[in-house]
Structures are given as structure tokens and as C-alpha cells.
Design a protein around this ligand. Sequence first.
Ligand SMILES: [Zn+2]
Ligand SMILES: [Zn+2]
Length: 439
Amino acid sequence: MAEIKLLFDGKDISMRPTSVLRGPETVRAGRPVSFVALAGNHKVGRHSLVLRLGSHHLLVDPGLSSGEKINFNGGRHGGNVDVMLLTHAHLDHVGALPAAIKRYPNARVYATPETKALCLQMVRRKTSLSEHEIRYLEDKIQSLVYRREMEVGRGIRFHFIPAGHILGSASIVVTSPEGNFLLTGDYSNEPRGVIPQFISPDCDFRAVISETSFVGMEATAFRRSFRRLVEKIGRAAEQHKPIVIATDPLGVLQEAAMLLPPLQAKGLLPEFTYAIDPNLWESFLTYRHYYRGLEQQPGQDHYLFTLAQSARPPVIENGLPYCYLVGPGNLNDNFPKTVVQDILRAGGLLFAEDRYSLDLIARRTSWDNGGEAVVDQIRQFDFGNHISEVALRWTIRNQQPGTAVLIHGTAADIARFVRTFPRPSQRFVVPRVGEEIAI
Ligand SMILES: [Zn+2]
Ligand SMILES: [Zn+2]
């Protein structure tokens, strides 16, 4: 059996006594290679790590937990960062980008064109940066399409591959004389409708680096969930019930919502009129711009979403029910909140992605003696997000024996995960935040 060493916060939490059997080549010549997790020992938290090859430092994802400032000094491990690579535009992966750029002004920053576009929207919406500072960010981030290679330093190259998580999401493949490295970021190897899925690259990796945001997120197959959603929405529309779809900007349900109009165009779903919470509009447009599959649908001009602005969209219009797409986080704004209340008062249905959104909506839309009714009308859909255990297990199984698997997350979750490998031939390491792990 191969050696399994599970380290967490400096303690060896290996599951069982192991007889030592080294992988084919555990020590390779060349520059020293190491990994530092700058964050990540949270349940679902910010993602940020540094891969070091000799004097070259690659910072992946200056992520942010809400209300938290990321510290990019990194103590003795911070080093100098040559390049910053952004896997996708969720805040737990790019939220601290402005601070990271300030800390490493000379670093080159790369993202896919889609991630760049969405990232600028996120920063504009969620931070207090001035337009001038945002334009600086825009100049700073270089777009790099999937599979185009970029040189970092002597013999060190990287490229993005589709990660199947959100529009533009990427996993990173680093190639070097010291070996190849796969940094998964958040990913999914299931097709999810509007974005290409992750396919494990066919090469030998010295290390696979992932995180454990899969905790409790055994993703339901997108197609199954989507079919259920379409059935329920269809039934509601047949009964002329208005509908709210609570969809975070850049959430999976937003992607699902974008697939509804093409189904209507094909006559597979009853007609209704759409309106979009103005706060979601920009990311919808970005999806439409980059997602060519959607552009190819027949009747494209007819299913354009309407931007709801100052006037409250009616619950029913021309005898057709309204479907309002709202960001649960925006329900503090009076306008989306009152729209949602109107729809629910009229016996409408509310579709949400997960328990968190449900609670948020219930809290924010509850009105005097109406709170209970809201919760009753909520229908939950589990589209899953972040990394599923199934995906990560599958990716690791596809690797050669001896590949180091670095996962940053909580010890208990990793232990549970590693136990699903009856005879692991990989070496698992759970790094402590800030600790430099030689690979
Ligand atoms: Zn994400
Ligand atoms: Zn994430």
C-alpha cells in the first residue's frame, strides 16, 4: 500500500499505520517545488494558494471570505509573486484581487476573457473601488483563452482548461521540467448546461491540488435537477401562477434559468414573460455574450429577457404569468423585495437553489403575518456548487500512483474523503494555512 500521510495543523492525522511504498519517482531533480495554502481551512471559504517552483511563485486565486481582509505578506512564505492566476469570478476566489495587486504590483495577472468580464462586475458591485481603480484592474488582467500556453519562467508554462463550474471557470495545468501540476479550483465533470465540463488532462501529474469545498455538496446531477425544475415551472405556468427564481449572479440556477427560454421557443415549456432584477442584468448579458449555444437557439430575438427597472413588473401580463429572476442577496433593496412579495401573495412559486438562499429570502421578504406563507411556497433545488466528492474522487483515481494530492480544507472532511479510497496509491497531504509543503 502506498504511504498516506495526512497532516493537519501540524498533527499527523493519518488514518491507519502504513507500510511505506514510494511512488515511482517521489524525488525529482530540478528546482525545489512547494505549495503554500494562504487560506482554505474553512468549510466553504476563500481559495488562495501559492505554487512555488524555485524562485518562481504562482499565486492562484486571491480569494476573500466575506468581511475578511486577505493578508498577502504570507510571512516568510510570501516570496515574490510572478503571476496571479484567477480560476473564476466568485468572490471566494477573486474578492481580494485589488489588495493582491497592490501587494504585488509587478505580477502579471491572467484569467479567461469570461472570468475577466465577470470579475470586473463583481469588483464593481461588491467593493468601493473608484472607476479609475477599476479601469486599472481592467488593464492589469490579461485575457487568456482555454488551452493557450503562457510562459512564467524558465521552462515553466501554464494553460487554462474548462472547469465546468461557472462561465469562464478554469482549472490550471502547469508544466515544468520539475513535473506537471494540476490546480483544480472549483470544478465539475458533469455537463451543466451552459458551460463546458472539466475533463481531466491526459498527462502525468506530480501533484494535484484541490480544496474541500465539496463538503456536504454531493452535487445532484445537473440534468436531473434541471428536469425537475422545468417540470415544476411548467406546471406552475399552466396553472397561471407567477414565478420567482432566486438566482445569485454567477450561480448555477442563473445558468439553468438561461436555458428556459430556448425550451419555450421549442414549445417544450408554456410561455411566460420574464423580468430580471436589475442587479443581475450585467452578468446575464455576459453569459449571453459568451455562451454561443444560447445564441444559436431559434427565436432568440423573442425571448430576450426584460430588464425590470422602476415600474414593478405585473404578476400577470396579457394573461401570461410573470417569471421574475431575482438575486436573493438583493432582497434588501425595496424593489426586488416588493416584487417577490407581490408574486408570493398572488400564490406564486419561488424556486431557490439551496437552503441558504431559502432562509435568506424567507428572512428578507417576510412581511407582517405573511412570513409563514412564504416558506410554504418555496421549492428547493439542489444544483450543487463548488466541488463534488464524486468529481474529486474521479479526478484522483485518474492519476498515476505516487501523485501527491494536496487538499486544503478541514481535517475531518479530508479524513472522511480519504477513507473512500480503500487502497490509495496517492499521497494525500492536508496543508496547514501558511505552512510550506514540499511536493
Ligand atoms: Zn466558485
Ligand atoms: Zn469556491
